[in-house]
Write a protein that binds this ligand. Structure first.
Ligand code: SF4
Length: 362
């Protein structure tokens, strides 16, 4: 058995420890604390290897809420840890690195959203789950990349909808629901001329998906002419128009199971994991540069430090948490709730955790 060193003062001190010791320390401390480790699909492969659950932010938060753990360590970005806290207020929620934020979520603040709402008194607010708890709390309902169109269609066709923070998912939802679309950057001094039933999108975006460009897609298609193209709806419309499938990361996992050749437009971490799982398939990233540096801020050393010191704890004022939970629950009731992975999906997750090589992490 590896000799576990005393608690060390800083993540940097942990970074000097061998990886085996870090892993053993993490597993032992996790058991002492009755903790679960959540690893987002975009995490480094070594983080995924010590995670109890892998998936997207909402699914992970729901899985953690269903456990009897006292502590949740969320290896993802800040809004994800908040989502876990929203659904598990009685549990301690930790993040290995507080600086791991989401630039898309940070596009909109609660104050900015309140100002927009004041300009559209009768409008409903739809908030993508990639958002802060404070922004969720200002919303009528949340949505995911899977159910955004369904959520939009749940409102009367003549009702104006404020959609935050992702302009690309908003535009995609507007196209699919036949609604007029504009962004907050296109609003003039008066909003009286806005067409009935329009989607007014906050002009935010995910830099990882928004940076995917047509030239990269054309090059990938030239090299793999028989491959189907699947792209995440956070990408731009000109790309989505050329995709065979537009879908969430969870559904990309299912597509990889069913197809031998795919060009995949999302963050590299998911694609590299799928390539480990299916070494004989042709699964290629639309862009090798599609890497979320924020997601990759979590490391084994910071995770070990986080467990040893029980930091950084994420907290949300109860009135904010309760209102944010109402927006999330409204979405879950509309879409029939979250479902557990099928046995096939669970097997893919498990196999992905066993991979020994590095992924495309920064
Ligand atoms: S991939 Fe995009 S949406 Fe996800 S955490 Fe990174 S910046 Fe935010």
């Amino acid at each position: 058995m590896i000799q576990i060193a005393d608690i060390l003062p800083t993540p940097l001190a942990y970074a000097a420890l061998p990886a085996d010791e870090l892993r053993e320390r993490i597993i032992r401390r996790k058991m002492e604390l009755n903790a679960v480790i959540l690893g987002h699909n975009y995490q480094r492969v070594e983080i995924q290897a010590v995670s109890d659950f892998l998936g997207d932010s909402l699914g992970l938060s729901q899985e953690a809420a269903d456990t009897d753990a006292d502590v949740i360590v969320f290896c993802g970005v800040h809004f994800m840890a908040e989502t876990a806290k929203i659904l598990s207020p009685e549990k301690m929620v930790l993040m290995p690195d507080l600086r791991a934020g989401c630039p898309m979520a940070d596009f909109v603040t609660a104050d900015g959203l309140r100002q927009l709402k004041a300009r559209f008194p009768g409008a409903a607010v739809i908030t993508y789950v990639n958002s802060t708890a404070e922004v969720k709390a200002e919303s009528d309902i949340c949505c995911t990349s899977s159910n955004a169109v369904e959520v939009v269609n749940s409102f009367a066709p003549d009702r104006t909808l404020l959609f935050v923070p992702d302009r690309n998912l908003a535009r995609y939802s507007a196209e699919r629901s036949g609604r007029p679309y504009l962004t907050t950057s296109q609003l003039g001094a008066s909003v009286e001329a806005i067409p009935e039933g329009a989607i007014v999108a906050w002009d935010g975006y995910c830099y990882v998906h928004d940076d995917l460009v047509l030239d990269e897609l054309a090059e990938a298609k030239r090299r793999y002419p028989n491959a189907k193209v699947v792209i995440h709806p956070e990408a731009r419309g000109d790309l989505l128009a050329r995709a065979d499938f537009v879908t969430s990361t969870a559904k990309m996992v299912s597509l990889a199971e069913d197809h031998d050749e795919l060009i995949i437009g999302t963050e590299r971490g998911l694609i590299d994991r799928l390539r480990q799982q299916y070494p004989n398939k042709t699964l290629v990233p639309l862009s090798g540069a599609a890497i979320c540096g924020n997601m990759k801020m979590n490391t084994l050393a910071k995770l070990a430090w986080s467990l040893d010191h029980q930091k950084h704890e994420v907290s949300i004022p109860e009135d904010v948490r309760a209102r944010a939970e109402a927006a999330l629950r409204g979405m879950l009731e509309l879409s029939g709730g979250w479902r557990a992975p099928t046995p096939e999906e669970a097997a893919i997750e498990a196999a992905g955790m066993e991979g020994a090589g590095g992924c495309g992490c920064a």
